[in-house]
Ligand binder design. Structure first.
Ligand code: NAD
Ligand code: GLY
Length: 372
């Protein structure tokens, strides 16, 4: 019998797809693929050594049970350093080596966190001008964010996600049981993106997290996990449906905390996880919002309290030397145009606004506070 799954539809017309979440659904992956019209005989699975060792065999058995004949695995290193052009190129070389015949093109399955999903999605987007791929997220962060929405990329030339594409997966399947082997640090990192959704997309999610859902999520309470992941996916789907290609400013909301967060992540050479950097970035952006008089009184304290309860950093203290590299990294932010900055600022839980040309002295102040 199939396990219980929640389904969120990402309504993108010809590129529409389902996001399925449920406990214990990895062994049913093959039949889920078939039910969603993916009738391939061959599969190319991208993963990393850590995730492959945990879930590769189960995924392969699920594929073989539903008639996949060739299942090829390719691994990339298990860290942000692996999200680079060289690993991307090796992944493309492996695709070409194993599947040179256009008639035997594989279904690409991305088993892992955001690094595997972003790099593998980009390889699938460009191999033969695009082959179908399925996201099988195994981190909380990937389940609530990176596996949905079709942003695929690698880091290049010292810039995060600078080489990439928009390419939607054909299906997303998350076996929530896989999140049980995450380290506490990686679980907390995913919680940062959950808090982001509450902070700027959904006041009731923010209130529920404050009222104890956060602790239940971090304790991997089954009911909370499925509820929170599904709500976050719904929130992301709603944004992506309105601004798939990030051209209308609507999708910027998902970037709350990412402006200063990405600059920090890069400048600190990935000493912080993505979620940790975003946590510091959200505090910095909220600090900015307070100084600009945009943000409801008390919101910064509420956000900080929630992040602290999640064990996330509010600052990257004792690193003033990162100010200059962060400032350089900021200039490369995709939201900055013609020398004008743009920040995503919270207003009150579930509400946001963006502001162009924020005075640089205020930005500097927020950055100094983040590093002090
Ligand atoms: P990650 O992919 O590096 O995974 C984190 C760590 O967890 C890795 O060491 C991995 O091996 C391990 N891991 C994964 N699943 C596991 C499991 N089930 N059990 C035990 N260990 C497991 O990091 P992440 O936080 O998933 O993703 C971060 C990346 O996602 C960043 O590169 C970020 O830029 C990107 N991202 C992309 C989007 C998007 O829209 N495309 C959105 C947010 C973040
Ligand atoms: N995580 C940012 C986006 O998907 O737009």
């Amino acid at each position: 019998m199939s396990p219980m799954l929640t389904r969120v539809e990402v309504a993108l017309g010809a590129r529409a797809y389902s996001v399925l979440n449920g406990s214990g659904c990895l062994p049913s992956l093959g039949s889920l693929l078939r039910e969603h019209g993916l009738q391939h005989s061959n599969a190319f699975v991208l993963t990393n050594p850590q995730v492959g060792a945990l879930y590769g065999a189960s995924l392969e058995a699920a594929l073989r049970q539903s008639g996949f004949q060739r299942v090829v695995f390719h691994e990339i290193p298990a860290s942000e350093e692996g999200k680079n052009w060289e690993q991307f190129s090796q992944t493309c070389a492996s695709l070409l080596h194993h599947f040179p015949d256009a008639g035997a093109s594989p279904l690409v399955l991305l088993l892992g966190g955001g690094v595997v999903g972003d790099l593998g999605g980009f390889a699938a987007a460009v191999y033969r001008r695009g082959v179908p791929f399925v996201q099988v997220p195994t981190t909380l962060l990937a389940a609530v964010d990176s596996s949905v929405g079709g942003k695929v990329a690698v880091n290049f030339g010292g810039v995060k996600n600078i080489m990439g594409a928009f390419s939607q997966p054909r299906l997303v399947v998350c076996d929530l049981d896989t999140l049980r082997t995450l380290s506490p640090r990686e679980l907390r990192s995913g919680a940062a993106e959950v808090i982001k959704y509450g902070a700027v997309c959904c006041g009731s999610l923010f209130a529920d997290l404050e009222a104890g859902a956060l602790e239940r999520l971090l304790a991997l309470d089954s009911e909370t996990l499925v509820d929170v992941v599904t709500r976050c996916v719904r929130l992301k789907a709603a944004v992506v449906e309105r601004d798939e290609l990030d051209k209308l400013g609507i999708r910027n909301v998902l970037n709350f905390g990412h402006t200063i967060g990405h600059a920090l992540e890069l400048s600190a050479h990935y000493a912080l996880t993505h979620g940790e950097a975003i946590s510091v970035g959200m505090v910095a952006a909220t600090h900015l919002a307070e100084r600009l008089g945009v943000c409801e009184h008390g919101f910064l304290q509420r956000l900080e309290a929630l992040l602290q309860r999640a064990g996330l950093p509010l600052r990257y203290s004792g690193h003033p030397e990162l100010f200059e590299p962060m400032l350089r990294a900021l200039q490369l932010d995709k939201k900055f145009r013609n020398g004008k900055n743009l920040f995503v600022l919270p207003v009150r839980p579930g509400e946001w606004q963006q502001m162009e040309d924020v005075p640089w002295p205020l930005v500097h102040e927020a950055m100094h506070a983040a590093l002090s």
